[in-house]
Design a protein around this ligand. Structure first.
Ligand code: ATP
Ligand code: MG
Length: 371
C-alpha cells in the first residue's frame, strides 16, 4: 500500500466558491467512481471528513482540508464532519480535556464557514451503530496490511506511548467505518490520510464482493480522497504541521502569537529566498503559506522577497496570515461566547448521524445474514 497520489484515487478542488467561474476540479483518471465530477453534479455526492479533538485546528487543516469542505458545502454537496474522539486514544493514554477540545473543533469549523444547517457535525463516540461496523470491517483486512500502513508507522514514530496499542493498528479500519456509515464517496483530506483512504477503499470493495445485495448491487461506494493545493503544509520545524507536535499556528491564534510563532520558524542559511519544496522545505513551506493567504503563486512571492532573507520572509508570512485570517478570527471570537450553541450543533448532528448509521448497520446485517 503506497501513499502516492497516482495509486490513490485522489482529486483536487480549487477555486474560491460557487461564484468563481474559474473554479475547477481535477479528478484522477484512475478513480473508479463514475459520473460527473463533484463540482458539476453536487447532488450526486456525499462528503465525510473529520479531525481528532487533540487541540485547536491549525493552518494546515485550513488549507489542507477545511477550506475544501466549505467550498463543497457552498456548492451544495452534502457534508458530514466528524470529531474522531475515539481516535485520540490511539497514541496517548487518556483523552485529556476532551469536551473542551471537541467544542473548540466545532468552533473552528463554524468560524471557517461550515454551516450546521447544511453540514452534519458530530462526534463518532455518539453514534454506536457506526462503531459496530468496525467488527465486520476488521474481518476484511489482514494484520499484515494493517502493519505496513505508512501513516500508522509515522504516527507510532511520533507517539508518546511506550507500547503501541491495538487501536492504533485498527485506526484506518475505524476510519473506513467513519466514511462508509454514511456512504460518503468524497473525503477531503491531507496527504497523510491517503494510505487510510486506501484502506477504506479496500474495505468497501471487499465488503461489496463478499456481501452483495440479493440483486447483485453493492452496499458501499468506493470513497475517493480529495486533495487541496496544500496537501501537507509544513510546521515551524519543517515537519508536517500537527496539533500534537508543537509546530503549528492555530486558526484562532492572536496576531501577536502568530508573529511570535512564525519568527521562531526554522529556515536555512541561504539569504536569497526561492521556492524549492524538495531542496529547501522549511523556506518553501513559509513561502507557500504566504502564497496561499495572498492567493498568488509561491514563485512570485519568493521573487518579490528575493535577497531580503528569512526576516523579510517571516514578516511577509506573518502579515499575510494575519490579514487572511482576520475575518475568521473575528467570527471565531463572536461564536466562542456561546458554548451552548456548540454543544447543540453536536447533539443535532449526532441525531442525524445515528439515523443514518442505524439504517446502514441494518443493511449490513441483512446482507451478512444477520450477524
Ligand atoms: P494530530 O497531531 O493530533 O494527529 P493533526 O494536526 O495531524 O493532529 P488530524 O486531526 O490528525 O490533525 O487531521 C485532520 C485532517 O487534517 C486530516 O485530513 C489531515 O490529513 C489534515 N491535516 C492535518 N495536518 C495537515 C497539514 N499539515 N497539511 C495538510 N493537511 C493536514
Ligand atoms: Mg494526525
Amino acid at each position: 500500500m503506497t501513499a502516492t497520489a497516482t495509486t490513490t484515487a485522489a482529486a483536487t478542488v480549487s477555486g474560491a466558491g460557487t461564484a468563481d467561474p474559474t473554479a475547477t476540479a481535477t479528478v484522477d483518471p484512475t478513480a473508479d467512481l463514475t459520473g460527473a465530477d463533484p463540482i458539476d453534479d453536487p447532488g450526486a455526492h456525499r462528503v465525510l471528513t473529520g479531525d481528532r479533538p487533540t487541540g485547536p485546528l491549525h493552518l494546515g487543516h485550513y488549507f489542507g482540508t477545511l477550506r475544501n469542505r466549505v467550498r463543497l458545502q457552498d456548492r451544495g454537496v452534502e457534508m458530514f464532519v466528524l470529531v474522531a474522539d475515539y481516535q485520540v486514544i490511539t497514541d496517548r493514554d487518556i483523552a485529556d480535556r476532551l469536551a473542551e477540545h471537541t467544542e473548540n473543533l466545532v468552533l473552528d469549523y463554524l468560524a471557517a464557514g461550515l454551516d450546521p444547517d447544511r453540514a452534519t457535525v458530530f462526534a463518532h463516540s455518539a453514534v454506536p451503530a457506526l462503531n459496530q461496523l468496525l467488527l465486520p470491517f476488521l474481518s476484511l483486512v489482514s494484520v499484515a496490511e494493517l502493519s505496513r500502513n505508512p501513516t500508522v508507522k509515522d504516527e507510532i514514530a511520533h507517539s508518546s506511548q511506550a507500547a503501541v496499542n491495538g487501536l492504533m493498528f485498527t485506526y484506518p479500519v475505524h476510519q473506513a467505518a467513519d466514511i462508509l456509515f454514511c456512504k460518503a464517496d468524497l473525503v477531503p483530506v491531507g496527504q497523510d490520510q491517503l494510505p487510510h483512504l486506501e484502506v477504506a477503499r479496500t474495505v468497501a470493495r471487499r465488503f461489496n464482493e463478499r456481501y452483495p445485495h440479493a440483486d447483485g448491487s453493492a452496499v458501499f461506494p468506493r470513497p475517493r480522497a480529495l486533495l487541496s493545493e496544500a496537501p501537507m503544509l509544513l510546521g515551524t520545524d519543517g515537519g508536517k504541521m500537527s496539533k500534537s507536535r508543537g509546530n503549528a499556528v492555530a486558526l484562532g491564534a492572536s496576531e501577536d502569537e502568530t508573529a511570535r510563532i512564525i519568527r521562531g520558524a526554522r529556515t536555512d542559511a541561504d539569504r536569497r529566498i526561492t521556492y524549492d519544496p524538495a531542496g529547501r522545505p522549511e523556506v518553501s513551506g513559509l513561502v507557500l503559506l504566504a502564497a496561499l493567504c495572498q492567493d498568488r503563486a509561491p514563485e512570485a512571492i519568493a521573487e518579490e522577497i528575493g535577497d531580503g532573507g528569512a526576516a523579510a520572509l517571516k514578516r511577509t508570512v506573518t502579515e499575510s496570515v494575519n490579514e487572511y485570517f482576520r475575518p475568521l478570527r473575528a467570527r471565531r471570537a463572536e461564536l466562542a461566547a456561546d458554548r451552548g450553541h456548540l454543544r447543540q450543533v453536536l447533539r443535532t448532528g449526532a441525531e442525524r448521524a445515528n439515523a443514518i448509521a442505524d439504517a446502514t448497520l441494518a443493511e449490513v446485517r441483512e446482507v451478512m445474514g444477520a450477524i
